[in-house]
Ligand binder design. Structure first.
Ligand code: GRF
Length: 189
């Protein structure tokens, strides 16, 4: 079974969706490490519930990105991580980090890439007035929200819908799509 790490920064609902899918055998992977860049993130509580090992760091305590990235890389080596899933990890990784895991870092983005890149994708799409929203699972490369697309899904909205309703629908879609896309990647390897 492939050993994977999940990287997250906040709430962690996508982490939990992946953790459930692994537990239920829908995804043939073992989560050996959860990497969190925010000591106050709720995802840490979620990870405790699953008994997963968490590596928490505070980027502000380091003068250079390289310093904490080396710490993370060291943990990934110790836990023999083969594949990484970013799940709401709000930090850009360096080329140096990427080169250590080429083509081995997946990410979830709450919009239909290449539209609405960036940290406020749902709100941006909503304010633009799109009629079709969606979710993208892709590999990470040097371009922000770039890289090869693994899978996408979408839904159409009719009439009036609030931003909160769109967010709920997107998150439900994310929790379905990410485990599915991860399993596809695992089967192809
Ligand atoms: C998700 O919408 C994800 O697409 C985006 O950040 C959000 C994280 O949510 N990159 P959660 O922490 O998994 O609940």
């Amino acid at each position: 079974m492939k050993k994977i790490a999940i990287f997250a920064s906040g709430n962690g609902s996508n982490y939990e969706a992946l953790a459930n899918a692994c537990q239920e055998g829908k995804v043939n992977a073992q989560i050996v490490l959860v990497v969190v860049d925010n000591p106050n993130a709720y995802v840490i509580e979620r990870a405790k519930k699953y008994g997963h090992t968490v590596f928490v760091f505070n980027p502000q305590e380091y003068q250079k990105k390289r310093l904490y990235e080396d710490l993370i890389l060291n943990e990934l080596t110790n836990y023999e991580v083969e594949l990484i899933c970013f799940a709401g990890y709000m930090r850009i990784v360096s080329k140096y980090f990427l080169n250590n895991f080429p083509g081995k870092i997946m990410n979830i983005h709450p919009a239909l890439l290449p539209s609405f890149k960036g940290a406020h994708a749902i709100r941006d799409a909503y304010e633009f007035g799109v009629k079709v929203f969606g979710v993208t699972i892709h590999f990470i490369d040097e371009k922000i929200d770039g890289g090869i697309i693994i899978d996408q899904d979408s839904f159409r909205v009719e009439g009036n819908i609030s931003l909160a309703e769109v967010e709920t629908k997107i998150h439900e879609m994310e929790h379905r799509l990410y485990p599915q896309a991860l399993q596809t990647v695992l089967m192809e390897e």
